[in-house]
Write a protein that binds this ligand. Structure first.
Ligand SMILES: NC(=O)c1ccc[n+]([C@@H]2O[C@H](COP(=O)([O-])OP(=O)(O)OC[C@H]3O[C@@H](n4cnc5c(N)ncnc54)[C@H](O)[C@@H]3O)[C@@H](O)[C@H]2O)c1
Length: 331
């Protein structure tokens, strides 16, 4: 029985993929510091074990886990993916997203196991969409810069030590077990949480910025195909169809109405963000049998139904390293 490490196992991608691997018969070692995920999101399964550690700090404990379990592959999902917030928490962003990854890379090299790393569409920054994998990344915020730095470090380890790896650049993934109690990220989750709290749905700026949202279910099989093949390749994965945030807000409002919530949609000051961001996914479709059949209405309905039965959780707030220019809704 092969053992796979899944970092960020209490988060959206990590907990769904851990379940997927367990169903396939793998043993899964889940690692998470619960900064952005919840323990009760992790699978309850005899072949799953949870290890509460911070990848950026607990490198000795991480090494011990590698020594003991000798994983076949590592899916490294752990990160704090708050793109808009990242300029205000720069040190935290680089410490958490780069140093954590470096500790994972060191061990993958040392213990000779494949690394599958989730980067982000944010590495394309202000390039002209649709983004293809061969574009030279030009990230324009600290989150994207951190992810691109890790991509480059992984490639270097590939050249020097023969590290086997893949880089995935997902975007706007949705599903149950998403953190909806974090006001800095996961826009649909934020809309749902505000609806449940009977607060206005807050759209930043004019709401005409577009994003392509996709159902987490479509990611599982493509992730799995990387466990043994396609070494050194980079793949965009995500939806082709995009929606404006005004359209998305209306979908959430209508869904709420169905469940007895009558919320208004309001607009707040614009954030510094890319207006239109979407990728080309031909490579994942051709090589990983990726297909996206996301039905946003029914997915939002499923998430809403799940969210309304969740325990009330504390809303996440961060200590800003820079207060200058912080948006009114984050003060
Ligand atoms: N969800 C998306 O739309 C999306 C889009 C692009 C890229 N990604 C990338 O995919 C990965 C997973 O995203 P997600 O949506 O599941 O995020 P998530 O926040 O739901 O899960 C990430 C998990 O990592 C854990 N974590 C964070 N820092 C850690 C640390 N230092 N040590 C140990 N654990 C730590 C968090 O507690 C959390 O449970 C991330 O790397 C993210 O950058 C996600």
């Amino acid at each position: 029985m092969k053992t796979i490490f899944v970092t960020g196992c209490a988060g959206l991608l990590g907990n769904h993929y851990s379940r997927f691997l367990l169903n396939k018969g793998y043993r899964v070692i889940g690692i998470d510091n619960l900064f952005g995920g919840y323990l009760d999101y992790t699978p309850n399964h005899e072949k799953f074990s949870f290890h509460h550690l911070s990848l950026d700090e607990d490198h000795e404990r991480l090494k011990d886990l590698f020594k003991k379990h000798k994983p076949y592959a590592v899916y490294h999902f752990a990160a704090y993916a708050a793109e808009g917030l990242s300029p205000f928490v720069r040190r935290f962003n680089y410490q958490n997203n780069i140093i954590s990854s470096v500790n994972v890379i060191n061990n993958c090299v040392e213990f000779d196991c494949k690394l599958i790393f989730t980067s982000t569409m944010a590495v394309y920054g202000c390039s002209v969409p649709p983004f293809t994998e061969d574009l030279t990344p030009t990230p324009c915020d600290p989150y994207g810069i951190a992810k691109y730095a890790v991509e480059m470090d992984i490639k270097q380890a590939g050249v020097q030590f023969g590290l086997r790896y893949n880089i995935i650049r997902p975007h706007n993934v949705l599903g149950i077990y998403q953190n909806i109690w974090d006001k800095y990220r996961n826009v649909i989750g934020i809309f749902i949480r505000r609806t449940l709290d009977r607060e206005p749905i807050l759209v930043y700026g004019d709401g005409e910025q577009t994003r392509a949202f996709s159902d987490i279910d479509y990611y599982m099989e493509p992730f799995y195909q990387l466990i043994d093949g396609h070494d050194e390749e980079i793949f965009n994965i995500g939806a082709d169809k995009h929606w404006s945030l005004n359209e998305v807000a209306e979908i959430v409002r209508k869904t709420g109405e169905k469940y007895g919530y009558s919320n208004t949609i309001e607009h707040a000051e614009a954030r510094l963000e890319v207006k239109d961001a979407y990728c080309n996914h031909d490579k994942a479709k051709n090589f990983l049998s990726f297909k996206d059949e996301t039905n946003l209405d029914s997915l939002v309905d499923k998430m809403f139904n799940w969210a309304k039965d969740q325990p009330k959780r504390e809303l996440k707030t961060m200590n800003y390293e820079i207060n200058k220019g912080i948006y009114s809704y984050w003060r």
